[in-house]
Every structure is written in C-alpha cells, then in structure tokens.
Design a protein around this ligand. Sequence first.
Ligand SMILES: C[S@@+](CC[C@H](N)C(=O)[O-])C[C@H]1O[C@@H](n2cnc3c(N)ncnc32)[C@H](O)[C@@H]1O
Length: 204
Amino acid sequence: MGSQWSKDSVYKRAVRDGYRARSAYKLIDINERYNVIRTTDNVLDLGAAPGSWLQVLKSMTEGHLCGVDLNPIVHLDNVTTITGDFTDPAVQTKIREVMPVVNVVICDAAPHLSGSKSFDQVRVMALNEEALDLAVSLLNQGGNMVMKSFQGTDFNDLLDLVKQKFYFVRVIRSVATRKGSTECYIIAKNFIGAANDDRKPHES
Ligand SMILES: C[S@@+](CC[C@H](N)C(=O)[O-])C[C@H]1O[C@@H](n2cnc3c(N)ncnc32)[C@H](O)[C@@H]1O
C-alpha cells in the first residue's frame, strides 16, 4: 500500500507523464540500471504497441527507431512503424529494409494468454526464441538486447541460448512489474557477433 509502484499510482503517473502505457517505467528503470541504450543507437522495438517504449526511446537516443506490432501503432514523429507479426519472414524482410543497421533490439512482446499456465509458458518461450533469433540475425557486434520473459518451464534453456550469444547476461525484475507476476526481463549486452562465435561468453 502506498508504494510509488502500486498499480494505481503507476497508471496515474503514466497518464500525467503522457505515456501510452505504464510499461514506460519498466524501460526507464532498465536503462537507468543497465545503460542498454546509448545516445546514438538505432533501436528495434518488437511488440511495441501502443508505443510507450518508443516514446521513452526518443529521449534516450537520436538514432533510428522502428516499432513492430500485430496492432497498429499510432503515429510518433521520427519513428518507423510496421504492423505485422515479427516472426513472419515477410515482416522480417521489411524490418531489414527500413533498418539496415541495428544496435539494440528490445522485445516486450507477449502472446495473448489462454489462462492455461503451462500452455502459455510454451508459447512465451517460443516467441522469445523467435525474438532472439531475429536479434542475432540483425544486431551489430557489441549490440544489446532486452527481452521480456516469464520464469517457468524451459526458462533456463532460453537463458543458456542467450548466454551463448552475448558476453553479459542478467535476469531482472522491473520495479514496475506487478507483485506476484513471474515476469522478468533478460538484459543481454555486448553481442558476440557472428564472426566471433567461437569465443566463450563471460559467465553472468
Ligand atoms: C505488453 S504489450 C507492449 C507494450 C509496449 N512495450 C509499450 O510500452 O507500449 C505487448 C505487445 O506485443 C505484441 N505482440 C505479441 N506477439 C507479437 C508478434 N508475434 N509480433 C508483433 N507483436 C506482437 C502485442 O500485440 C502487444 O501489443
């Protein structure tokens, strides 16, 4: 009760600050703690609607911003948006066309939940793997990734995959995540790069 991160207070704060969703504070919190977005980075935002992370990104970098979502994203100045499923090869081709250089991939995407915990966890892991594969195919060496996930079955296997690709990996809970949720964010920094795949990543 009374915490600055209680559901109502975060919602009211988002309205006051002009953000489209309360998740804005999750990215702010992550970047304050881990400095994943540098001032000139080009950033690809997967699962970006309604667009609060894109709003926040505009104050973090002067680089090119691109948001992709199944749902249309209401226009934001100087932001490219793509409506579609980021796992669809045609959408991935479009992403490559508009973003030839990607320094950071952030992914807040989550499938629609069915209510069956075990079924939903399988779908979350599958979506996370798709996002990781796409990031690995797009990122420059030294690039960063932030990905929402949920702790549960197969989460450690997913984390092992991330550790094979990035030198620095951490799993955190955002201060703005609701109490009792298994939601977490994987912070992956310093992409090893395709040319250096034989190098051993650092332990996290
Ligand atoms: C929690 S919301 C993202 C909120 C966003 N970070 C913000 O701050 O406004 C998750 C989004 O992921 C999108 N999503 C889920 N699966 C997707 C997919 N395969 N391709 C594109 N978007 C997807 C959903 O449509 C939804 O809008």
